[in-house]
Design a protein around this ligand. Structure first.
Ligand code: UT7
Length: 323
């Protein structure tokens, strides 16, 4: 059988670092409130010349370097983003052009914070059915462009950035001991639209709009939804939570991460946390966390890794893989 195996990972962050204290000048907040309620201490904010496409390209190039591959080796690009450069064409196609790739195909995936988990699952399906051989899966976001910078309940939470992995179709015995994507679980439910959405769009207001969130409402659902899909992915893979080497959750709030890991019975020292450094970067958060844990030597080849995310829609999902 074919397994989709991770060959490399790369990340990219905007130049400008913004610490919590800077928000004290903008809105009625404090470093203490932000740290206590979210765990966030800083985030990166894209400058005018930095876009979802440029950050995505930089992360893709880093992932290709890490894999020892070149753009010519790639025949599929899936970009998870809710902040595309333009309404169309897909920013994935712009990244394809920036990488000098003129074969294969590229498209955007829109599942907000769950976008990377959805994109990995989609790339896996393309590789396993022979539609492509090597995929770049990118999460890239510039949420700073859709924030209401006067709304303290949302503007302190998000940041910009990008992360990418290269997935390769590989012949495999398909046992849990073999490398590659083992199982996934995806969900969505539009009944929750009003709890987290952007109040504009091409077909409604004709504007880009701003992010709106009932944070408490999202929080209330997050842990249950996350643990449901994680348990489903583990069950499908025939793996127990105890067997996991690394839990790489969506980085929205340290309290949600801690509560999810606790409910799943995963030790805190197996949980990759980067929310304090990046804030919530939506679809970029999981690959940014993966990149950090690979770069510092925590995640190694052969490790059993569980990715999860939950966000606007609601959408939620989990992917189980052997690195
Ligand atoms: O990535 C997609 C998924 N998104 C999420 O997972 C986000 C989920 N939600 C959360 O992470 C949390 O709900 C927040 C961090 C957004 C908020 O934390 P909370 O503990 O749920 O706080 P709260 O909304 O209940 O607000 C508590 C108080 C309120 O004041 P009162 O009504 O108690 O007087 C807020 O007005 O904190 C106030 N507040 C702030 N105070 C200082 C809200 N934002 C701020 C702020 N600075 N930035």
């Amino acid at each position: 059988m074919i397994r989709s195996v991770v060959r490399g990972v790369g990340t990219a962050l905007p130049r400008r670092l913004m610490k919590n204290a800077e928000f004290e000048e903008l809105v009625d907040t404090s470093d203490e409130w932000i740290v206590q309620r979210t765990g966030i201490t800083q985030r990166y904010i894209a400058s005018e010349d930095e876009t979802t496409a440029s950050l995505g390209e930089a992360a893709a190039r880093a992932a290709l370097d890490n894999a020892g591959l070149t753009p010519a080796d790639i025949d599929l690009i899936i970009l998870a983003t809710s902040t595309p450069n333009n309404t169309f064409p897909a920013t994935a196609v712009e990244i394809q052009e920036r990488l000098g790739i003129h074969h294969g195909f590229a498209f955007d995936m829109q599942a907000v914070c769950s976008g990377f988990v959805y994109a990995v699952t989609s790339a896996d399906a393309h590789l396993r059915t022979g539609l492509a051989r090597r995929a770049l899966v990118i999460g890239s976001e510039t949420f700073s462009r859709i924030l209401d910078w006067t709304d303290r309940t949302t503007c302190v939470l998000f940041g910009d950035g990008a992360g990418a992995i290269v997935l390769e179709a590989t012949e495999s015995e398909g046992t849990p001991a073999d490398r590659g994507i083992i199982a996934a679980s995806l969900r969505s439910d539009g009944a929750h639209k009003e709890k987290l959405f952007v109040d504009g769009g091409p077909s409604t207001t004709g504007t880009v709009g701003h992010l709106r969130m009932e944070g408490k409402e999202v929080f209330k659902h997050a842990v249950g939804m996350i643990t449901d899909v994680v348990v489903d992915a583990l069950d499908k893979g025939g793996i127990g939570a105890d067997d996991l080497d690394w839990f790489v959750p969506h980085q929205a709030n340290k309290r949600i991460i801690d509560a999810s890991a606790k409910k799943l019975g995963i030790d805190a020292d197996k949980v990759v946390v980067t929310v304090h450094l990046h804030g919530n970067t939506s679809a970029a958060s999981v690959p940014l966390a993966l990149g950090a844990a690979v770069a510092d030597g925590r995640i190694k080849q052969g490790d059993l890794v569980l990715l999860e995310a939950m966000g606007g829609g609601f959408t939620w999902g989990a992917v189980l893989l052997r690195w």
